[in-house]
Design a protein around this ligand. Structure first.
Ligand code: BGC
Length: 502
């Protein structure tokens, strides 16, 4: 036995010298969960079927098609409302362990409130959940993926604190109806994105430009709604249902432009990830955010910081309400300090300039630059900042404009997932699950149908929204059957600039 231990030790020491990939062997740890994801507005269609109410994306795309690159909308999308059985069969045939889908608030609560619960709406999600379970696929449910009822937006949406209780009431309906089968919940998808793009910009619905204030107010209410939902689950459902609840953050990895800017990268991390995560793990916003936003607000003549404050009572409610650290990751950025600040000019709350390395290959979206090492780095940042929490990657993938021979996508998945496996096996990062975005091409928000993230091709112009496997789908099928990364047909990216990429 002792000799065996010594032999193994020497063997391991030898491989350590070879390379990290040899140690990692590119296999997934046992028990690791691999899934795929979608969101209601992006795939369901059936926007006005039965008694469904209007949501902010119905309203935005119908009234402001000029903000969507191809002027289109999610009225039909992938038709998943009708084709959910086909979707589940597809997910099963590829071999995914779980399916992350979201619930459309106004499909379940047509008035926005619990006075009317749509039987049809709720039945759709019960059917989808049952179909998944019957096929051995774990349902992972996002309660809110950007599409609240328009009526709630008319009362201020995420800038009105009353939404906290409205959200809790909506979540309770879902826990009651689906909680017997659903054991992993996501309260909200990417608050940073919908708060910034929807309340400071016209990139996302509701497209309200409330500069410098909207996003902070929105995120403040999001954190309260998330935490109260978590506490409500604790009190009313956890004993009986035993599920896990978390929020999902959009995380870009920020890296120093050069070695003089490690502090700048830390500030960027706190302003993006820490903004939502710090309160969940430590009770309040990061100190650097509080100081900087107060400073810049003062310089702009505001009587108080534009970043709202939490009372002690709220800090206690919010602290410790993430059962797992969920995030979506696609891309990285480089940061350095804004030189204008030396002249006393504050151009941004974080005081940073954000850029990219021109050598990074492009994805198919305006914002997409490929840098797999940034993904690996992110796991280590989370491990160090939040005491190595259980991590779930709830979205990772890449866009292109067309076609089924998606060699770039295979290459992207290979490089990114390899980084994740290294972070797990070499660096001890506690990653439990990973979801491919997306099971199929879908409505990509302000890009309409011009950007495709699917591993399955969808013909949007076809009345039947036909689906065809892309090469990446076949590749994932192999990866899942072997539980090991498979070799890639080519390791160079071919993407050239698309018309919307300057
Ligand atoms: C969102 C998805 C979106 C994806 C690609 C994420 O920010 O959660 O809904 O399709 O990124 O842009």
């Amino acid at each position: 036995m002792e000799r065996y231990v010594i032999t193994v030790t020497i063997f391991c020491a030898v491989i350590t010298r070879i390379s990290c990939c040899d140690i990692v062997k590119l296999t997934f740890p046992s028990g690791f969960k691999i899934g795929t994801a979608s969101a209601a507005y992006q795939v369901e269609g059936a926007w006005n079927i039965s008694d469904k109410g209007e949501n902010i994306w119905d309203h935005w795309t119908h009234n402001h098609p000029e903000y969507i690159r191809d002027g289109r909308n999610g009225d039909v999308a992938c038709n998943s409302y009708y084709k959910y059985k086909e979707d589940v069969a597809l997910i099963k045939s590829i071999g995914f362990d779980f399916y992350r889908f979201s619930v459309s608030w106004s499909r379940v609560l047509p008035t926005g409130f619990t006075n009317v619960i749509s039987e049809d709406g709720l039945q759709y999600y019960k059917n989808l959940t049952a179909e998944l379970v019957a096929n051995g696929i774990e349902p992972v449910v996002t309660i809110y993926h950007w599409d609240h009822p328009q009526v709630i937006e008319e009362m201020g949406g995420w800038t009105n604190e009353l939404i906290v209780d409205w959200f809790v009431a909506y979540a309770r309906v879902l826990f009651e109806a689906l909680g017997g089968s659903v054991k992993r919940w996501i309260t909200m998808n990417e608050p940073n994105s919908f708060c910034t793009d929807g309340y400071e910009d016209t990139v996302n619905a509701p497209g309200k430009v409330i500069t410098g204030i909207g996003k902070y107010l929105c995120a403040h209410n999001v954190l309260k709604a998330h935490a109260k939902t978590y506490r409500m689950y604790d009190e009313e459902f956890r004993d009986a249902q035993g599920g896990k609840l978390g929020i999902v953050l959009p995380i870009i990895t920020y890296l120093p432009y050069n070695s003089s800017y490690t502090e700048a990268a830390e500030v960027a991390f706190q302003f993006v990830t820490g903004w939502l995560a710090h309160p969940l793990y430590f009770g309040d916003y990061p100190e650097i955010m509080k100081t900087r936003v107060a400073l810049v607000s003062k310089s702009q003549g505001y009587p108080r910081s534009r970043l709202p404050e939490f009372s002690d009572e709220w800090i206690a409610i919010i602290n410790g309400t993430n059962d797992y650290f969920g995030f979506n990751h696609y891309t990285s950025r480089l940061v350095y300090d804004d030189p204008d600040e030396e002249l006393g000019i504050y151009n941004s709350d974080n005081g940073l300039i954000v850029t990219v390395d021109p050598s990074w290959p492009l994805g198919g979206s305006t914002w997409f630059y490929i840098y797999a090492a940034g993904f690996g780095e992110l796991f280590r940042q989370i491990r160090d900042e939040y005491s190595n929490p259980p991590v779930w990657v709830m979205e990772n993938g890449i866009s292109d404009a067309d076609g089924v021979d998606d060699y770039d996508r295979i290459n992207y998945f290979y490089e990114y997932v390899r980084e994740m496996l290294i972070a797990i096996k070499r660096d001890g990062c506690n990653v439990e699950g990973y979801a491919v975005w997306s099971i199929m091409d879908n409505f990509e928000w302000s890009a309409g149908y011009t950007e495709r993230f699917g591993i399955t091709y969808v013909e949007f112009d076809d009345a039947d929204t036909n689906r065809t496997a892309k090469l990446s789908q076949t590749w994932w099928t192999k990866v899942l059957s072997k539980r090991k990364l498979q070799s890639v047909p080519t390791s160079t990216y071919t993407r050239t600039r698309l018309p919307w990429q300057k």
